[in-house]
Design a protein around this ligand. Structure first.
Ligand SMILES: [Cu+2]
Length: 135
């Protein structure tokens, strides 16, 4: 990996120097963007369709915020995704996504969760549920 990126960068920089200063700036900004987005943006997608989630297990990283791309494909139906410590403890969600009326999508910013297993469900249709594996 390291060797490859050096190889790619050197010629690019030389070329940019020859062309103009603008090229150098673009190259630098692009490099930063790759590092920031690639590491933290690892995405999980959950789709709701026919009153079902497309998965009964969601994997999220422990101790760091994460993101779930939520896709509701049920026309006229409201769905969301909420995370609870367990199915028996629905009073205080660890995270509750905004309701989305289908067809529609939302990006859920999930706060850092402790390693372990949590429970998720659609609050409108609690029969749509599953396990969140954090770690
Ligand atoms: Cu629902």
């Amino acid at each position: 990996m390291v060797q490859q990126s050096y190889r790619e960068r050197r010629p690019a920089r030389e070329l940019a120097d020859r062309l103009s200063g603008v090229g150098v700036q673009e190259g630098a900004a692009g490099g930063e963007g790759e590092t920031g987005g690639g590491e933290t943006g690892g995405g999980t997608t959950v789709t709701a369709q026919n009153l079902q989630f497309d998965t009964d297990t969601i994997e999220l990283p422990a101790d760091e915020p994460s993101r779930i791309a939520f896709d509701n494909r049920d026309a006229g139906q409201q769905h969301n995704l909420a995370i609870y410590a367990s199915a028996d403890d629905l009073a205080e969600p660890l995270f509750r996504g905004d309701l989305v009326t289908g067809p529609g999508t939302a990006t859920y910013d999930v706060p850092a969760l402790e390693a372990g297993e949590d429970y998720f469900q659609c609050d409108v249709h609690p029969q749509m549920n599953g396990t969140v594996v954090v770690g």
